[in-house]
Design a protein around this ligand. Structure first.
Ligand code: ZN
Length: 302
């Protein structure tokens, strides 16, 4: 190998390693996963691993999971829920179609009676997997709903509700009524810059209304589970929900003002922070304030 070839192949290796270690949407990182189960209230809890937060309910009827992360951590979650629930894992609910919430569906599929999601989630899940040519790695929902869906499970009542476009165009809010716990999937980002999936029909403008509704429908005692959060802290309160609503509102106002003043997209999006929201960080190098404002710009200038 000559020197030039060596440099090319070693930089390719370095790039390969760097790529494998950065969690990319829809891809499975290589590092061994660190995982944790955390009980919240009345049989409802969260599983932290790799990707969007998994929520769960364990009671006399078995277990229900909300979202599935990627295959490597999904398998650990499935095992943990099986040992916690003598009646077994009965159901999986997907909050939306993104790979870090549905990539582990196949680990649940042989055990659950049904996989539930909002109807637009199912459309997008199929569409993006066809585009990525990885349909064989997926397990799609077999039960989808439009506005809302609910089930009685042991001594709990579980709801999935749809409030229109937000993070995507098929986000469901999962409500464990008696435990008073809400799993908001990626409608809830806790003090980190969100992804706004414009190509999948997301809307920052409607997302603000959805967050308004989520806050209004629940109490100060409600425990909110966030899809992602700063320092992997994904448990929050109504105040964290309204903080995120206010962050998105500040973003939309900032972009509107910029467009009104005939500024370019670059001038509008290349700012270091939104006033009062300087503490919001990037939990993923791909999700920056510039990206958030850019998505809002694309939506408003359509
Ligand atoms: Zn997402």
């Amino acid at each position: 190998m000559d020197r030039r070839q060596f440099i090319i192949s070693s930089s390719a290796t370095v790039a390969g390693v760097a790529l494998a270690r950065v969690p990319v949407w829809g891809q499975q990182p290589a590092a061994p996963p660190v995982t944790k189960f955390e009980e919240l209230r009345r049989g409802v809890g969260i599983f932290i691993g790799n990707g969007g937060t998994i929520g769960y309910l364990v009671n006399g009827d078995g277990a229900i999971a909300v979202d599935s992360q990627f295959m490597n951590t999904a398998a650990i979650c499935v095992e943990g829920l099986r040992t916690r629930a003598p009646k077994g894992l009965q159901m999986l609910i997907n909050t939306h179609h993104h790979g870090d919430h549905t990539g582990g569906n196949k680990a649940f599929r042989p055990l659950v009676k049904s996989i539930v999601c909002q109807e637009n989630c199912l459309v997008w899940h199929k569409k993006v997997s066809e585009q990525a040519n990885n349909v064989a790695d997926q397990a799609f929902a077999d039960l989808s709903f439009g506005g809302s869906w609910s089930t009685n499970f042991g001594d709990e009542k579980v709801w999935a509700r749809y409030f229109g476009p937000g993070h995507t165009s098929g986000d469901a809010v999962i409500h464990f009524e008696k435990a008073n716990v809400v799993h908001g999937g990626d409608l809830l980002f806790r003090r980190v810059h969100p992804r706004i999936d414009g190509p999948a029909g997301a809307s920052a403008v409607n997302w603000i209304k959805v967050l308004e509704r989520i806050a209004k429908d629940h109490s100060n005692d409600t425990i909110f589970v966030f899809g992602h959060g700063a320092d992997n802290s994904v448990r929050g309160t109504k105040a964290d929900v309204t903080f995120f609503r206010d962050y998105l509102s500040a973003g939309v106002d900032h972009v509107r003002k910029g467009i009104g003043a005939r500024k370019s997209k670059d001038e509008i999006t290349k700012v270091s922070a939104l006033p009062k929201f300087e503490s919001v960080t990037a939990f993923n190098p791909r999700l920056t304030l510039e990206g958030t404002l850019g998505s809002i710009y694309d939506e408003l200038s359509k």
